[in-house]
Write a protein that binds this ligand. Structure first.
Ligand code: MF3
Ligand code: CO
Length: 261
């Protein structure tokens, strides 16, 4: 469903450029996470992101991407991903998935966080927590000697152990000079359909991005042509980082400060 541009192996110089893009994404997400409070509109968050990325010399990767009309994605509650910032004002008890991409020096960074607005029911907080855990379970396999399928299976196993639905229609992706490169990085796996999957190699950079639903895995797209929502209207969470495969542990290019993970 997405244009894929081949698997690219990054040089040390490429990685440093991606780290610059990644830091801007991380800092933007941290700023937005603090700004996202009850009463704030999602369009205001988009403006904050645009200004901040501009002040750091970066462009928003998403603006005009396949005609996308805004610079970030803001997906509230049952919205899974690709929510378009607009008039909606956040309210107490919402969860908000913030997805940011920055382009600078010829490379992209891409990451997402789901944040709590005010007091959120414990069961929804758990969904947000487990979605983040799914990412960290997945990247335990983000090393040479493993395959994309190992990441996918680890994410799926953790989500399904909590009874959650793993979104199948949308996947993570290679990233670099293009926001979406090969390989696709699904959050579920079916050996009989997909085989064993691509082998991971040092120098690959991939965006690992579990999208996890409290109820059914099924989703559909709204008439705006972008916003993906859960079929049952139950909440969904998203967590993403740009990950460099190394000979050792994976390096997170959009998460340098563990405290804000
Ligand atoms: N981070 C998302 C992704 O990986 C959002 C991009 S969609 C866009 O695909 F159109 F908003 F750019
Ligand atoms: Co992405």
């Amino acid at each position: 469903m997405r244009e894929q541009k081949g698997i690219t192996i990054k040089s040390a110089a490429d990685v440093e450029k991606m780290d610059v893009a990644g830091r801007i994404v991380e800092d933007t997400l941290n700023l937005l996470s603090k700004a996202a409070t009850a009463g704030m509109s999602t369009a205001e968050l988009d403006e904050i992101a645009v200004e901040f990325m501009k002040s750091r010399g970066a462009e928003a990767s998403f603006l005009d991407y396949n005609g996308y009309p805004k610079s970030i994605c803001t997906s509230v509650n049952e919205q899974v991903v690709h929510g378009i910032p607009g008039k909606y004002r956040l309210k107490d008890g919402d969860i908000l998935s913030l997805d940011v991409g920055a382009y600078i020096g010829g490379f992209h960074g891409d990451a997402a966080r789901t944040v709590l607005i005010g007091t959120v029911p414990e069961e929804v907080q758990q969904l947000v927590r487990v979605t983040k855990e799914c990412f960290f379970e997945g990247i335990r396999c983000a090393k040479p000697g493993y395959r994309i399928s190992d990441i996918a299976k680890a994410v799926q196993k953790h989500a399904e152990s909590h009874g959650y639905g793993v979104v199948r229609e949308l996947v993570g992706h290679g990233i670099g000079r293009q926001m979406h490169e090969d390989p696709e990085v699904p959050n579920y796996w079916d050996d009989s359909r997909f085989g064993r999957g691509v082998r991971l190699e040092a120098g690959m950079t991939i965006a690992v991005e579990p999208m996890i639903n409290m109820g059914t895995a099924r989703v559909y797209q709204l008439d705006d042509g972008w916003t993906v929502v859960t079929a049952d209207g139950k909440p969904s969470a998203h967590y993403e980082n740009t990950v460099l495969i190394t000979e050792g542990e994976p390096r997170l290019l959009t998460l340098h400060e563990g405290a804000n993970a």
